[in-house]
Design a protein around this ligand. Structure first.
Ligand code: VGL
Ligand code: ZN
Length: 205
């Protein structure tokens, strides 16, 4: 059995959003085209409290893009984004909510960031996604969404490590690219780890 994992298709990661990813909104039509080919569709939702410690304004003197240490891990500082209950945190309305089987929230603990849909960045707490997939006999996951170089990469690498056959749909992803080339480097890292990179056009029922 297979599942589609839609990573953080939220307004704040689309043009006009607080952490806008260039052409991030183009992923919505890719997702929509794929929905008919999957009966299990999971969406992850970045879901931060207003004082999340990945937010630059929580650290006087720091700005977005700066690196700090958070919970013993290197942490990029971001503009405040995906704050619980705000419009920017909502899943893009171009995704038909009724087709999404389950939504998994992440980044809810203010003291640690959570790029992966499976675990926080310290791999301390699980979101429950892996068990949820296994209960449904899912052995293969297709991952796409925002952003290639952070949450898609972390989700795909965790899926692989958890033993899922892991496929990333390249044209369904867009990258933040704090440094130019981060998107390509993320794809290479995933490929080298054992993730299969595909185009959405190659996916059928
Ligand atoms: C993400 C940075 C901060 C992502 C989430 O969805 O890739 N990136 N929070
Ligand atoms: Zn975030």
């Amino acid at each position: 059995m297979r599942a589609l994992i839609l990573v953080d298709l939220q307004y704040d990661f689309c043009p006009g959003g607080a952490l806008a990813v260039a052409r991030g909104d183009e992923t919505i039509e890719v997702a929509d085209r794929l929905l008919p080919y999957f009966s299990t569709i999971v969406a992850t939702q970045d879901w931060h409290p207003p004082d999340h410690q990945s937010f630059a304004p929580q650290h006087p003197g720091r700005k977005p893009g700066d690196m700090i240490e958070l919970g013993g891990l290197p942490q990029v500082l971001w503009p405040p984004h995906c704050v619980q209950g705000t419009h920017g945190a909502e899943l893009h309305a171009g995704l038909p909510r009724a087709r999404i089987t389950e939504v998994f929230h992440k980044g809810t603990d203010r003291t640690i960031d959570s790029y992966s849909g499976f675990f926080d960045n310290g791999h301390k707490k699980s979101t429950g996604l892996a068990d949820w997939l296994r209960e449904r006999w899912i052995s293969r996951v297709y991952v796409m969404g925002l952003a290639t170089d952070y949450c898609v990469k972390a989700t795909a690498l965790d899926a692989l490590e958890l033993g899922f056959s892991t496929w990333v749909i390249e044209d369904g992803c867009r990258a933040v690219e704090l440094a130019p080339g981060d998107g390509e480097r993320a794809l290479s890292a995933m490929r080298n780890a054992g993730v299969t990179i595909v185009e959405s056009g190659s996916i059928g029922s």
